[in-house]
Write a protein that binds this ligand. Structure first.
Ligand code: 4AD
Ligand code: MG
Length: 434
């Protein structure tokens, strides 16, 4: 009779029973008649112990033969073992089937490697426990986003990646050949999202975004994932409230479901447990005054640099909203504050611990004439935006939304240095391989 197959994650269901695990050898150690094999299957790690006296000759030979990343099917009995490394269970090996033994020694050993080497081997580096933990947390963050929005009357509606013109600015565009024409990879789904919102009510799109920015910071990728909710009849303060609730929901869900991964990453969980509303809301004016008092060179009218964002985040020790930026440094579609048109009803949410801006959002211009004027001021091709102007022609309503960068949120929650580790195959100005 065939033994049942289990994942490592679910192995507890087979306590005191015989089961087969399918995975790879992560590590091994020999101690006399005992061989300790650490297996991984993507859901977890477990130690399997082969005792020479209890197994046949072939199985002992297989235990000796397996090397790092050999793919195997291992059958054995599951015992509870609180002191076992990796998980609370251990397997007593009965049989080992080798599926494939590496042709060469596995290049990523258990010693330290430099970041360049690891990035070159990203396709293999993903098998390392810390990287697997980051990917699981990423999946949890993305699931939490969908869960939150699906539970709050949002409808997921997709927006195109191939677009005819710029959305966020004309400089950071990736151009692609489109038959006889030129097209661009989308920088944001927002403009199409606005059309979707006028049809469907509250909507969100969740997809990759592309920016040909020559930024070399630890916060920038050229391809990243963005969650973009868009909401008709929603005002500026309510918009920020939804962002706050979403971020709290994401952090709570990761703390609840990804304990093991946070431990593996040695994340200081106390810093995440304190994430709760209300998040401070600071006007751009006050933020500039504060930064100047701290000796920063910033002048009213300047955009924030990374050190500015970090100083603000450190001061509040919580995610902090900065709102009402100068209209002239923000995108063409931003609604000017009716009381003070030189500032726009836009906000950035800055993460703690130096992770920078994780959300950008605000109110959109809903007046046809003003939007037309802005398009002209920004020297954008009005004809190409005629469909976008139409949204202000037929039953225009106040509306707003925001965009959350997935990799920045994941980097912050994981406590990792660089956003590139938050993406399975990061694209930066230096690297599109593997
Ligand atoms: O602030 P951004 O540029 O806003 C927009 O694109 C709006 N149209 C979104 C909207 O309102 N629907 O980008 C939003 C977020 C940033 O706060 C940041 O988290 C992330 O996207 N982001 C990047 N992440 C990684 N690498 C980059 N180059 C990024 N650029 C933006
Ligand atoms: Mg922004």
């Amino acid at each position: 009779m065939n033994t049942p197959v289990s994942t490592i994650q679910n192995i507890g269901a087979f306590e005191e029973k015989t089961v087969t695990l399918e995975g790879w050898l992560y590590n091994k150690r020999k101690a006399g008649q005992l061989m300790f094999l650490v297996l991984r299957d993507g859901t977890g790690f477990i130690q399997a112990v082969a005792f020479k006296k209890e197994i046949d000759e072939d199985t002992w030979e297989a235990a000796k033969a397996v090397t790092q990343e050999t793919s195997v099917r291992v059958t054995g009995t599951v015992r509870k073992e609180e002191r076992a490394p990796y998980c609370n269970y251990e397997m007593g090996v009965q049989k080992i089937e080798i599926l494939h033994k590496p042709n060469e020694e596995y290049p990523i050993s258990h010693k330290e490697h430099g970041p360049d080497f690891l990035l070159q081997n990203r396709h293999l580096w993903l098998r390392t426990p810390t990287q697997m933990a980051i990917m699981r947390i990423r999946a949890e963050v993305m699931a939490a986003c969908r869960q939150y929005l699906d539970d709050h009357e949002f409808t997921a509606v997709d927006t195109p990646i191939i677009t005819a013109n710029a959305c966020e600015g004309t400089t950071d565009l990736f151009e692609v050949d489109y038959f006889e024409d030129k097209a661009y990879l989308s920088q944001t789904g927002q403009l199409y999202n606005e059309a979707n919102a006028m049809a469907m009510g509250k909507v969100y799109c969740f997809s990759p975004a592309f920016r040909a920015e020559k930024s070399k910071t630890r916060r920038h990728l050229t391809e990243f994932w963005m969650l973009e909710p868009e909401m008709p009849f929603v005002g500026f303060d309510e918009n920020m409230q939804i962002q706050e609730d979403l971020i709290c929901h994401i952090v709570q869900r990761v703390l609840k479901n990804r304990q093991q991964e946070l431990k593996l990453l040695e994340r200081d969980e106390e810093k995440l447990k304190t994430i709760a509303g209300p998040f401070p809301r600071v006007s751009y004016d006050d933020a500039v005054t504060f930064l100047q008092s701290q000796g920063h060179e910033i002048q009213w009218g300047d955009d924030f640099g990374s050190p500015d964002e970090t100083a603000l985040a450190n001061h509040y020790n919580k995610p902090v909203f900065v709102h009402r930026f100068p209209t002239k440094i923000k995108a063409f579609y931003m609604q000017p504050d009716p009381d003070r048109p030189e500032v726009a009803l836009g906000s950035d949410l800055i993460a703690p611990e130096g992770y920078g801006e994780i959300i950008g959002g605000g109110q959109r211009i809903d007046d046809y004439d003003l939007l037309l004027q802005r398009l002209e001021e920004h020297k954008l091709p009005v004809e190409a935006f005629s469909w976008y102007l139409d949204l202000r022609k037929y039953g225009s309503v106040p509306h707003g939304g925001f965009g959350m960068g997935v990799e920045r949120v994941v980097a912050w929650i994981c406590g990792i240095q660089h956003v590139r580790e938050a993406s399975p195959f990061p694209r930066t100005i230096y690297r599109i391989q593997p």
